[in-house]
Every structure is written in C-alpha cells, then in structure tokens.
Design a protein around this ligand. Structure first.
Ligand code: HPA
Length: 276
C-alpha cells in the first residue's frame, strides 16, 4: 500500500516535469480507448510526451495503445489527450492505473472525457454503436480509492450518484444525431479481464442491469469523481458480448470495429469538445 505522502510526492514530480515541458494548462482531459487513438491527429499546437518520459508513469503494453500524452488545442480549447491507458489486467495496481488522472487534476484539468471499447450486452445495441455511459457497475473486485485517502483531492467516502455528469450527458445525447449516431445510453460493467466474459457472466451482468461490458474506465472515473471532475463516457460497442450472438470473440474483431467507426467517433468527440 502506498502512503498519501509518497503518492503526493510522485504526483508532484510528474506535474513539475509536465509543467516544464508544456506551456498551456489543459481544461479537459480525454482518454482514448482501444483503436480510438486517431482523435489525437486533429489536435493543434501539439506536444506529445511518451509515457516513459513522465516521472512515475507506468508504461502501456497493449496492442493498439500508443502510450503518450498529447497536449494541444481543439477548436481553441486547451486539452490533454491520453493515447492509450493503463489497464488493471496488465498487472498494474489501481493507483498506477489512475495515476494519470491525479496528474491531470494536479495540472488543473476540470473535466474528463473517457472512451472505451466494450462488448454489447443490451440486445438493442449493434456492433459499431457509440453509446453514452450513464452509470457503471464496478465488478473489478478492487478500487483505486482504497487505502489512504488523498484528502487534498476529495473525501474518504465520495458520492457517485452522478458519476457521469447529467448536464454533459444531455448535451451529448442532443448532438449525437448530428453525427449519424442513434442517441443511446447504457450502464457499463467493468470486469478485471483479461479474458472476455463467459456467456453465464454476461447473463449475470444483464440481470444486474449492465448494457455493456469492458475492462477499463471505472477506475479512472472513480478517481475523477473523487477529485471533483465532471465526467462524460462513451463506449464503442466493438462486438456483442459472449453468448449474445452465436460467435466467438477476439481482439482483432474489437480493433476492426473500432477502426470502422473511428471517423464518426472522431467527429463526434470534436463536436463534444465544442459543447462541454
Ligand atoms: N468484453 C470485455 N471487454 C471488451 C469486450 C467484451 O466483450 N469488447 C471490447 N472490450
């Protein structure tokens, strides 16, 4: 277990390094999920910083995750984009998975847009759908807020009744049709992975109210909420979850679908950045 003092010292170093490298103060943070990294291409005045250069950052290992922060502007708004995230299934501790969110908070970022690839559980969904996350269920069996509370960021027992900002969700739903996206919301269940779920697990998740399933996002969203950030989440349904259709699942299919919708996704996220 890492102490509050040690965690704060590490954060301080990472923030110090980034402030030296980057002139601007980002207002919005964006996490780009599997296969959705190309949004970074439309950032202006770009400064890319690979994770291995940032003090105390873990290094991302998964295919399809570039592993860098890109600072810059989109339509005049200063942002920081995480191209590639850290997953619990890679073996990182929860405080490592969420370290970048704390760094963002320290840099003054007030809002977080999280994206991910997910399996569709709700039978209304189709592979390739972009779904707004309205709430989540933490099935990872761990929590990044466990251990010493970082009291400078937030309370011991944070409220999660509006974990995904209602006003931002309304704005997002309102513009989805402009990008040819059916306005749909769903509850995201986070599993630790790395295996895709069994059909029995998917039936269970459906019963408890999940609409999609993935292996990320929830740790970052918990830490973002703890630190008082506003959060918006989008899942790209890259496949229907196990047992929903007579099919087997694989990472190649996930990446293919993410690739297929990447243009639509990028223009939607650009539209969101204007609205938020
Ligand atoms: N399950 C879990 N995570 C995922 C899936 C899935 O079906 N698809 C993409 N990420």
């Amino acid at each position: 277990m890492i102490s509050e003092l040690e965690q704060n010292a590490k954060l301080e170093e990472a923030q110090h390094y980034l402030r030296d490298q980057v002139g601007l103060s980002p207002e919005l943070g964006i996490i780009l999920g599997s296969g959705l990294g190309s949004f970074a291409d439309l950032i202006e005045e770009k400064i890319a910083i690979p994770y291995q250069e940032i003090p105390h950052f873990p290094v991302s290992t998964v295919e399809g995750h570039a592993g860098q922060w890109v600072f810059g502007k989109v339509d005049g708004l200063p942002i920081v984009v995480m191209q590639g995230r850290f997953h619990y299934y890679e073996g990182y501790a929860m405080h490592e998975v969420t370290f970048p969110i704390r760094v963002m908070q320290g840099l003054g970022v007030k809002g977080l847009l999280v994206t991910n690839a997910a399996g569709g559980i709700n039978p209304e969904f189709r592979s390739g759908d972009l779904i707004l996350i309205k709430d989540h269920i933490n099935m990872m069996g761990d929590n990044p807020l466990r251990g010493a509370n970082l009291s400078s960021f937030g309370p011991r027992f944070p409220d999660l009744s509006e974990g995904y900002d209602p006003e931002w969700r309304q704005k997002a739903l309102a513009i989805m049709p402009n990008y040819g996206i059916r306005p749909q919301e769903g509850v995201y269940a986070a599993m630790s992975g790395p295996n895709y779920e069994t059909p029995a697990e998917i039936r269970f998740l459906r019963t408890i109210g999940a609409d999609m399933v993935g292996m990320s996002t929830v740790p970052e969203v918990l830490v973002a909420n703890h630190g008082g950030m506003r959060v918006l989440g989008i899942s790209c349904v890259t496949n229907m979850a196990a047992g929903i259709l007579p099919q087997k699942l694989n990472h190649a299919e996930v990446m293919e679908t993410a690739d297929r919708v990447t243009k639509q996704f990028v223009s939607f996220v650009r539209g969101l950045v204007k609205e938020l």
